[in-house]
Design a protein around this ligand. Sequence first.
Ligand code: MN
Length: 256
Amino acid sequence: MTGTPRILLTNDDGVDAPGLAALAAAAAALGDVTVVAPASDQSGASHALTIRRPVHLTALRPGWFAADGTPTDCVNLAFFHVLDRAPDLVLSGVNAGFNMGEDVTYSGTVAGALEGRLLGAPSLAVSTAHDAGPGEFAAAAAVAVRLAREVLARGLPLDAFLNVNVPRGATGFRVTRQGRRLTKDGLRAERDGGSTRYWVGLAPSDWHDDPGSDAAAVRDGVISVTPLHADLTFFRALPILEGWKLPGGGPGGDRA
Ligand code: MN
């Protein structure tokens, strides 16, 4: 990398979210900041691309753009339209609400960093408590900048990107693995005139007590740094499936 680092910011809470403002203010110390973020709250959008309608991009003010799409749309617009070359780093957040365990697969915040990684830039997602105030968003943004300096200096190993969760008042760091959710029933029914309607995704945040997990770090009041990658292959299951000796002659299959 030569010259001033170019930093792309996105989020899933929307372009007006206080966590994004805090991150932009902090990231200015890293280099030239460009923000391309969803026009509205896209929490839970995961890694979705908007493919059934066109996406509109609006220039809000210098360096700030909003798109009526998902975080993944925003990162693509930034890489292939807004910026004249790929950014040196992608930061996604600061999300209002931790992104831990299997929740990373629902998270638009994590997906913003994932997309940056897939397009070739080192990236990190940063989240804090759902009820964070300005001071807590600023603290989480400072954590992101602290890690971003490491990433800019060292790069990231292999295809990794970072999922960072910053609990209230935390200063120490812990490298963690993705935890596991305990509660899965997040459904609530309510009457709507003559019919019933349902809210989904309301499962409380209960976690297995895995000592090395993201959730354990947050419970302990420590900053959690989890390396993630896009490859969801469950490598320990490969030899088991190979033992099925499925016909077709694929790896481990029936070659007779
Ligand atoms: Mn969100």
